[in-house]
Design a protein around this ligand. Structure first.
Ligand code: OGA
Ligand code: MN
Length: 287
């Protein structure tokens, strides 16, 4: 079957139209979807009124799923394969720990030695307006650097921290952040990562990186800032406006993403994510 595709932006992304993920899917159709995933970096499936089991089953076709042991507090209580990204208060009325998830440019689980291959985020509830997510194409970002810059960064490693984000640290998320930091020590990852399936090079940085391995923060930050700014230029970005029952998968090996928080926080935004495990990358920083 030939998939019906609609590109989402010049930089990345495609919508797969006319697919019902609640129905059985042949290997050959999945093969086409997988090829499109590698080609476009993110895929959107709209109107997927599927169960949690169906979300998990479809995700598994991309590879083994993470049980989110690195973020124990954000797991769905009944499904360790599902990570909550929600501002729905906890049953005891306390604010959700995951309400600020993803609020800076990042790629999932880069702060582990098995960073995520892909993530499949499903929208259950969304505010009246906003709650958008940005995605940026890191292959394009790498390809558009000068040869001099490519040489300069070829052997650098960035140190990825689990517990950084842009919004005010003096909030209820502090305890969680410290716990997550304890579970996840800093990890050095190559700044230029070769995609294990396409063989293409991509910038692998984001705002969880504050220095290069073997260098100080002061020495590193100007170049990290430059690379992040370059990599997230509007022409490399797609901005996703969610609809209820959207399922979006992104390739964490060659894209960055960021939740914008551009919405009224008194309104519900409830998302659930599966995470497909990737190939090992990076090493624990001892010093
Ligand atoms: C994530 C994430 C962004 C969002 O689920 O990994 O970063 O917009 N979410 O919820
Ligand atoms: Mn994320």
């Amino acid at each position: 079957m030939a998939l019906k595709l609609r590109r989402l932006s010049n930089a990345l992304g495609a919508e797969i139209c006319d697919i019902d993920l609640a129905k059985p899917m042949s290997e050959s159709t999945f093969g086409e979807i997988h090829n499109a995933f590698l080609q476009y970096g993110i895929l959107l499936f709209r109107n997927q009124d599927i169960s949690r089991e169906q979300h998990i089953d479809f995700s598994r076709r991309f590879g083994e799923l993470d049980d989110h042991a690195s973020l124990p507090r954000d797991r769905h209580p009944d499904y360790p394969e599902l990570l909550l990204v929600t501002n729905r208060p906890n049953p005891d009325g306390t604010p959700s720990e995951s309400r600020y998830t993803g609020r800076s440019w990042h790629t999932d689980f880069s702060y582990t030695t098995q960073p995520a291959l892909g993530s499949l985020l499903r929208c259950w509830e969304l505010p009246e307006v906003g709650g958008d997510t940005l995605f940026a194409n890191m292959t394009m970002a790498y390809d558009t650097l000068s040869e001099g810059m490519k040489k300069l960064i070829a052997d650098l490693h960035g140190i990825h921290l689990s517990g950084t984000r842009k919004i005010n640290a003096a909030d209820a998320g502090e305890a969680r952040r410290n716990e997550v930091m304890k579970l996840n020590p800093p990890i050095a990852q190559p700044v230029v990562r070769v995609h294990p399936e396409t063989g293409r090079k991509a910038i692998y940085l984001g705002e969880k990186v504050k220095r290069f391995d073997g260098m100080t923060e002061e020495e590193s930050m100007p170049l990290i800032d430059y690379l992040n700014r370059h990599a997230t230029r509007p022409e490399f970005v797609y901005r996703h406006q969610w609809r209820k029952n959207d399922l979006l998968i992104w390739d964490n090996r060659c894209t960055l993403h960021q939740a914008l928080g551009d919405f009224d926080e008194t309104q519900l935004r409830h998302m659930e994510r599966t995470t497909v495990k990737g190939t090992p990358s990076g090493h624990i920083v001892t010093a």
